[in-house]
Design a protein. Structure first.
Length: 368
């Protein structure tokens, strides 16, 4: 760096030698007209972000300028920084999706010593799923504690507290207290604390010594702690009262067979409630015949009474009898007053045309 004297003025300007040339050095001044305020490291050029900066809760406006936020593709899930507290980048996977952690944060255990009755060891569990409880005894005597939770406590001491079931870690033993302890137990306890805000261990008896509790919350979502698993033979006690009732016996179906006479074959099969549970008929005649079933307590008057069912039986073909069956189903066809039958040549209920003797044969079963 040097200087050059301007001809005719005697004024000097600062220059920098670049190769064989003297290049004038120009200083920036931000003082404005008539005011000198040179730019230095302590007095930098002010930069206004203008519309790039947005205040909190500012409404969005279409076309707002901004600074593009870049992220880095990083296929590996290893850390991109060398030490805790270093700046790092937002990382994307190979498909361009932002990588986020699905691993819950580590929750530190809560430790506390109980050396007198009514002392407690509380822990906030509103972000925990389950909790393990362990205790180490030192010259312990006469110690007993209960497990409790609260959903309105603000500090683990105030509020309303309720008993909690826990299960021993080495057996399917469910309990709400530690039981009387005078030494370190060979087991711990586990409790489901879903939907609880606070959990605590509270001494209900303590003679001397120290009960050191460690409460370790778990962050992963789990099912509620399984209680006693029922296996093997379980004792049952109590009184069973048996009230006598009526058991309807199964009544076998009663068969009925009719070989037609040279009449309309009007007859009463049964007076009173009857169910038709099966039906089969054949016709050896050259023309069709019609079997009619009546809901009556007396023999039907053929041609006057109206049958509830009319079943056509086709004529024989080349010496082979025509056959008729009906789909009955599980409950059958019920006739409340009684069951009557007739066989005529035509379908209309007023028909009184007789059929031939031995022409039609009917086989059915009925129950009451």
């Amino acid at each position: 760096m040097g200087s050059v004297t301007l001809p005719g003025t005697g004024a000097k300007v600062f220059t920098d030698l670049v190769g064989d040339e003297q290049v004038q050095i120009v200083k920036l001044d931000i003082g404005g007209t008539g005011v000198s305020s040179p730019v230095t490291s302590a007095n930098p050029i002010p930069v206004s972000l203008g519309t790039l900066a947005k205040a909190t809760d500012t409404p969005f406006s279409n076309g707002d300028p901004g600074v593009l936020l870049l992220a880095k593709r990083r296929d590996s899930d290893s850390t991109s920084v060398s030490a805790d507290g270093d700046y790092t980048t937002l990382n994307m996977d190979e498909a361009g999706r932002l990588k986020v952690s699905t691993q819950p944060g580590t929750t530190a255990p809560t430790s506390g010593n109980i050396t007198a009755n009514a002392q407690t060891v509380p822990i906030k569990v509103e972000r925990a799923s389950n909790l393990t409880i362990s205790m180490v005894a030192t010259t312990l005597s006469g110690h007993n504690a209960t497990f409790e939770y609260s959903n309105n406590s603000t500090n683990g001491t105030d509020g309303n507290w309720y008993g909690v079931q826990v299960v021993r870690s080495n057996a399917n033993t469910v309990e709400t207290t530690t039981g009387a302890l005078a030494a370190t137990p060979v087991y711990g306890w586990e409790a489901s604390v879903n939907a609880y805000k606070w959990f605590r261990v509270r001494a209900t008896a303590h003679t001397s010594g120290t009960a050191a509790y460690i409460l370790q919350p778990g962050s992963y979502a789990t099912e509620p702690i399984p209680a006693i698993q029922v296996t093997g033979t379980q004792p049952v006690s109590g009184t069973v009262t048996v009230t006598a009732g009526t058991v309807n016996p199964v009544v076998p179906a009663t068969p009925y067979f009719l070989n037609s006479a040279a009449t309309t074959n009007g007859a009463l099969i049964l007076t009173g409630t009857s169910n038709v549970s099966s039906f089969y008929a054949t016709n050896e005649g050259a023309t069709a015949a019609y079997i009619k079933l009546y809901n009556k307590a007396t023999a039907p008057t053929v041609g006057t009474d109206v049958p509830e069912m009319t079943i056509p039986v086709p004529a024989a073909v080349s010496g082979v009898p025509g056959v008729a069956t009906i789909p009955i189903g599980f409950h059958g066809f019920r006739f409340a007053l009684g069951l009557g039958i007739a066989i005529t040549r035509n379908a209309v209920h007023t028909d009184t045309t007789a059929i031939g003797a031995g022409e039609v044969k009917v086989k059915l079963s009925r129950t009451v």
